[in-house]
Structures are given as C-alpha cells and as structure tokens.
Ligand binder design. Structure first.
Ligand SMILES: Nc1ncnc2c1ncn2[C@@H]1O[C@H](COP(=O)(O)OP(=O)(O)OP(=O)(O)O)[C@@H](O)[C@H]1O
Length: 364
C-alpha cells in the first residue's frame, strides 16, 4: 500500500432508483466507497446486489431509467493542464464525462470480451481508436503504441495480431486485447466487472495475474466487481460486501477473510469452493435475494439469516464499527445483542486458509 494515500474516488450516500413498468426499483441504498491511488478495492455480492449499477454510476453511464436520488461521486484526477482537480461526476453532463472520464481516465474491462469488442473491426483499429479520439494521437504513433500495448498484455506476434479480427483470437487473448484497449489512454482507474467469469479456470488465473502486473507497473487503482471470493482473495486490498443495494460489510482483506462479522459474509465465505470441499458438499446461502420492487422495513437479509433477531424485521441495522478499517451492518454487533459466533465449520475453514497462506508466504 502506498505511504501517502491519495484518494481518487469517493462515493457518498449513493441512492439510485430505476423507473420500471412495475414500479420504482430502489437498487442502490446509501453506498459509500473510497478508493486510493494504486489500491485494489473489490465489490462482492450475489447477482443483483448492485455492484454493476454502482460502478456504472461512477462512470456516468447509468441506464436512462435510473435516477440518482441522493449522494455524490467525487473523482480526483490530474487535468489536461497538469493540476489536480476534484469533480462530482453526478453533476457533470454526459458529453463532459465522455471527453474526460470514460475510456480516458477511467476504463472498464467487462465480463465477456466478445461483447465489448467490435467483431467488424480489426483489433489494431480498436486499440488505436481511444488514443486518436481522446488525444488526437497521429495514426502512425497510435499504431506503434498499440503494438507495444499488445506486447505489454502478453500477445505474441503483436504486429501481425494488429490486423486480426476478434473471432480469430481465443477467449483469453480477446480479454488481453480488451485490457490493452482499456490501458490505451493511460487510465488512472481500471474497473473490472467479472473480468474472468467467461474464461476457463487456467486462463482466469493468467488474466488476474496480468491485471495485477499492469496495475503494479503503472501504479493504477483497480475496482473489481465479482461474486467470486476466490478472485477477491487474490487481488484485493479492501473489500466491500454488497447485499440488496447496500454495503453490509467492509474491511481490509484480512478483516473480511479472517474476522468476518456479517452473516451474509459468513454465507459467501462458506459457499466459496476450496481444495478441501467437494462440490456436492458445498454450502449455498438459503433463499434468494429480495425483490427490490417491494421494499420492506428492517434488514433485507433477515429472511435468509438464521441468526436474525426480532429487531431485524423492524429496523435496518446501521454500520457498526469493529475497527478503524472494519465495519458491518448487522444488529449482531449491537452491544445488546446475544453473542453469536460464526459457524464452527467456517471457522475451521478460515483457519485452514490462514495456515495455507502463511505456508506460502502470502497475505491470504
Ligand atoms: N435498467 C434497469 N432497470 C431496472 N432495474 C435495473 C436496471 N439495471 C439494473 N437494475 C436492477 O438493479 C439491481 C442491481 O443490479 P446490478 O446489475 O448492479 O447487480 P450486480 O450485483 O452487478 O449483479 P450481476 O452480478 O448479475 O451483474 C438489480 O435488482 C437489477 O435488476
């Protein structure tokens, strides 16, 4: 972690509602996220928990039926004049965001490279496009830089590959190209939305390794959106666990993996495959996430939570402080609550993970 921490993104009290024919969907509820230069923040949670919507808001690319009803998304960056500037993305229009943020200072890597690449355009052209549009880079220069980028992301025969079309590449190579495109304008922040979900397991590890490498070499910040805690364990400095549009637990990677406090985090960790558990015995969190069309009072996780208290049906828990880095929104942390520990099986599993990490000399 860098010594003097420079904050580059600060999301505060973000509330987003979608207009739908069935009524308003309150998809994001009071989200706060901080991101510092060079760090990796993960947002983890089941499908529909609000991870992508939060990041789309940060990139100013929300769907047209979305309304931000509260909050701010402050982004601090070095402007074209070389000075540091802080803007609230929510107060900027689409044109400004397209010119100054999207693909330039903040770039995204999506789950499926096939949908983020244009099948009708050579990959060389697709990498050059951003440089030419954002920086008016001359074509010959953009070509040269694109070849270098392809090499940087580990593509051999880069000159030759420039002329290829996406369908001529394997899935792993396509995702490398997507990463090259994302890096083409020297972004300060990379948002990776399930960047490995569509890939084979062996390729997954290589893409994660690649993202780590470019992050380190370039000193950029990364936000990982994923439902896979295995990926989180490998990449993140800081973790936000999301449920039903709200962050329910946040902490440093070791806080979340070795001292989780929210029963939802317990569930996610118990459901994480590891070497010792076979698929048939793997835990799944009972029930399914709530329908956000019908907001109910109380804690949205209560119906799936075997540790729920009577109070959970009445009031949404606030964020309780566990340490300066670790917070969780569960009434179990209220001083009046009965003492409840994480399931014994999970405790054993986390201890095993800790021992393995110590053996291999990694943080996790
Ligand atoms: N354009 C939209 N109109 C209506 N509801 C939407 C729209 N986009 C997202 N939502 C709703 O917002 C909620 C959060 O969705 P989001 O895509 O952020 O979830 P997610 O955690 O990223 O899930 P996944 O892992 O499946 O991508 C969901 O309930 C989803 O149905």
């Amino acid at each position: 972690m860098p010594e003097a921490k420079e904050k580059i993104l600060q999301i505060r009290d973000l509330d987003i509602t979608f207009r739908t024919t069935a009524g308003p969907v309150h998809a994001i509820r009071g989200v706060n996220i901080d991101l510092y230069k060079g760090e990796t923040v993960a947002i983890v949670g089941e499908s529909g928990s609000g991870k992508s919507v939060t990041m789309k808001a940060a990139m100013g690319i929300l769907a047209s039926n979305a309304t931000v009803t509260n909050g701010s998304i402050e982004y601090t960056y070095r402007n074209d004049g070389g000075n540091m500037e802080t803007v609230d993305i929510l107060k900027k229009d689409k044109k400004w965001i397209r010119r100054n943020v999207n693909g330039k200072r903040i770039a995204m890597v999506f789950q499926d490279p096939m949908t983020s690449l244009d099948p009708t355009m050579s990959i060389g052209k697709q990498i050059m496009e951003g440089m030419i549009w954002h920086y008016k880079t001359p074509k010959a220069e953009a070509w040269k830089r694109s070849v270098e980028l392809l090499k940087e992301v580990g593509i051999e025969d880069a000159e030759k590959r420039m002329k290829n079309y996406p369908h001529q590449l394997s899935g792993g190579m396509r995702q490398r190209v997507v990463i090259a495109i994302a890096l083409s304008c020297n972004p300060e922040l990379l948002i990776c939305d399930e960047p490995t979900t569509a890939l084979d397991v062996t390729i997954q590890a290589k893409i994660i390794e690649l993202i780590r490498k470019v992050q380190k070499e370039r000193g950029i910040s990364v936000i990982y959106i994923t439902h896979d805690l295995g990926v989180v364990a490998k990449v993140a400095d800081y973790v936000n666990v999301m449920y039903a549009g709200k962050i329910v637990e946040k902490g440093l990677i070791n806080d979340i993996f070795y001292d989780p406090r929210h029963p939802y985090t317990w569930g996610l960790l118990s459901a994480m495959p590891d070497l010792e558990t076979d698929d048939e015995r793997l835990y799944t969190i009972p029930g399914s996430p709530p329908n956000l069309l019908h907001e109910k009072p109380g804690d949205a996780f209560a119906p799936r939570n075997k540790y729920a208290l009577v109070l959970d049906d009445k009031a949404d828990p606030p964020m309780f402080r566990i340490s300066d880095t670790h917070y969780a929104a569960t009434w179990l942390l209220d001083p009046r609550a009965p003492k409840v520990e994480m399931p014994e099986e999970l405790k054993t599993r986390l201890e095993r993970m800790k021992k393995e990490a110590e053996k291999y000399g990694s943080e996790l």
